[in-house]
Design a protein around this ligand. Structure first.
Ligand code: SF4
Length: 124
């Protein structure tokens, strides 16, 4: 196929973009294995604790945690939480969202009931 020139889809990618938050990650200086402890041994617990200490002094901890929650990161320490803690947090967030939804539905039903009663009531 003959080349027909540049299109908008293959234009050179030289647009300025904001730097990704990970460029400010404290763990860039740490050994990556700390953040992926394997098993349930004492060493794994020590590595997890050490990784969390790195996270505690990381200036992008909130972004890191939010991103790991958003993509459902299944392994390792991200944003100061290990996988079990992130699963627990996600579960709690889902429960809170469900409770808020149920409460909103209940409020809407009560408002609809009041409206129906006032419409059915005879005018004084
Ligand atoms: S919060 Fe922890 S895992 Fe996330 S970038 Fe910072 S040091 Fe790394």
């Amino acid at each position: 196929m003959a080349w027909t020139g540049w299109s908008q889809y293959d234009a050179p990618d030289n647009l300025p973009r904001p730097a990704h938050w990970s460029k400010d990650a404290a763990c860039r200086e740490a050994h990556p294995d700390l953040f992926y402890p394997e098993g349930d041994s004492g060493v794994a617990h020590l590595d997890t604790a050490e990784a969390k200490r790195w996270c505690a002094r990381c200036q992008v901890q909130d972004r890191c945690l939010a991103d790991s929650l958003a993509r459902g990161e299944p392994h390792g320490v991200w944003g100061g939480l290990d996988e079990k803690e992130r699963r627990r947090l996600l579960r709690r967030q889902r429960e809170q969202a469900r409770a808020a939804y149920r409460q909103e539905r209940k409020r809407e039903e009560e408002a609809a009931d009041v409206e129906a009663q006032s419409a059915a009531a005879p005018a004084a």
